[in-house]
Design a protein around this ligand. Structure first.
Ligand SMILES: [Ca+2]
Ligand SMILES: [Ca+2]
Length: 236
């Protein structure tokens, strides 16, 4: 009986996500033919602005392993940094849409101490945010609501031994508009946080109240499973 209810919750989660629209996705694996490039700025759909460059790293080069153990990823601190990486385009949303920026990020396995990093959703004009927050390895933390020109999450002292963590930064909007996104670090020693698997999703899916109840059951199961993992990783 319990097994059956878990399956039902999973099915609802899948039908909800099927209505989602991925408007941007880059796992960096196809950039530069799969080869590393310092101060790379020919990304598909992304710009490394001004002199704040980032490095493209093929997994295995410089003692760095990307998310999933293969392909390529980005060292947010270029040569020299600090670096920023921003979406080249803005993406339109409608009132009530849920905007989700997903990415994997780790400390730099080369060492060189802890760094700060920030991920942001930047709105073209002041936007009514009805709810926003972050999700870390599947556990959600509420950020609140209000009028905003940008929503950002900043992580201080991201130590070099942090493994890749799946983050999402999300916002539900009360009015239509357009949004871009950006990543930045304060690292300036050529060795910074590693970024991988970036995607932006804009979804108009609003579940029925009855569906919500069952989805919360599903999320609770995920949260319980993930809490133990997160507990070993401190987000102070
Ligand atoms: Ca990758
Ligand atoms: Ca650094």
């Amino acid at each position: 009986m319990k097994f059956y209810s878990v399956l039902a919750a999973s099915a609802l989660l899948m039908s909800a996500s099927a209505q989602a629209t991925v408007v941007f996705s880059n796992n960096f694996d196809a950039e530069n033919g799969g080869a590393s490039a310092l101060n790379y700025n020919s990304f598909n759909g992304l710009n490394s602005t001004g002199a704040r460059y980032v490095d493209l790293v093929a997994s295995g080069d410089y003692g760095i392993t990307c998310a999933g153990g293969s392909g390529s990823c980005v060292d947010l601190d270029g040569t020299p940094g600090p670096g920023t990486l921003s979406s080249a385009s803005s993406y339109a949303f409608s009132a009530g849409d849920l905007i989700t920026l997903s990415f994997a990020i780790s400390g730099n396995q080369r060492g060189y101490g802890a760094d700060d990093w920030t991920a942001a959703l930047n709105f073209a004009s002041t936007t009514d945010i009805t709810e926003w927050g972050v999700s870390v390895n599947g556990t959600t933390f509420a950020g609140g609501s209000g009028l905003a020109d940008a929503i950002s999450f900043s992580q201080a002292a991201w130590t070099t031994d942090f493994p890749f963590v799946d983050f999402t930064l999300f916002a539900r909007t009360g009015n239509a508009g357009s949004v871009s996104f950006s990543f930045a670090t304060n690292s300036a020693d050529n060795v910074g946080p590693l970024l991988d698997n970036v995607s932006l999703d804009i979804s108009s899916a609003v579940p029925e109240p009855a569906t919500w109840a069952m989805m919360i059951g599903g999320f609770a199961l995920v949260g319980a499973a993930m809490r133990r993992r997160v507990a070993t990783v401190s987000f102070a």
